[in-house]
Design a protein around this ligand. Sequence first.
Ligand SMILES: Nc1ncnc2c1ncn2[C@@H]1O[C@H](COP(=O)(O)OP(=O)(O)OP(=O)(O)O)[C@@H](O)[C@H]1O
Length: 187
Amino acid sequence: MTRPIVISGPSGTGKSTLLKRLFAEFPNNFGFSVSSTTRSPRPGEVNGTDYNFVTVDHFKEMIDQDKFIEWAQFSGNYYGTTVDSVKEVSESGKTCILDIDMQGVKAVKTKSDLNARFLFIAPPSVEDLRKRLEGRGTETEESLTKRLNAATAELEYAETGAHDKIIVNDDLEKAYAEFKDFILDQN
Ligand SMILES: Nc1ncnc2c1ncn2[C@@H]1O[C@H](COP(=O)(O)OP(=O)(O)OP(=O)(O)O)[C@@H](O)[C@H]1O
């Protein structure tokens, strides 16, 4: 059984970019947990594969039973990641990767027995982060400000030593080499 890996870091710091490269290089080694949701399945979606589809009452029960690492409500539906869904990936022989925010990291630490490893991806500076988010072309002025404020809190949390490793994504090649080293090292 391999230990789950929790990846966090401010929005725009390059987590998706690094993960995309990793999955392209190692298509069979990693898995994501199946999320639970209260929304209705779309045609073709399979329960247990695309999502675990549950009723609102069941979802609320699961919240009360502390089953979730994190959950949120979007446009009237609940979505969440359970501790059990992460364990299922580990038991299948793949390494489960979780890409979550600071609240999720804290929840994995305090509420679960997942024995995860924690990796933080940091930007070279908040100014660089601003430029990347502007360059990605996905943000309004308001969402940019929100993400940069959240970034400051994430960076402060990382300074407390909550993670096993911090990688500064400055030069992408160098960052990817460090990223791969950490992830492939099973200890
Ligand atoms: N080392 C790097 N140097 C310069 N630009 C980079 C680097 N790494 C990633 N980028 C660019 O920064 C932008 C943000 O990267 P990415 O979307 O991977 O961030 P993210 O952390 O996954 O964000 P989110 O949490 O919002 O999904 C992208 O446009 C990406 O191409």
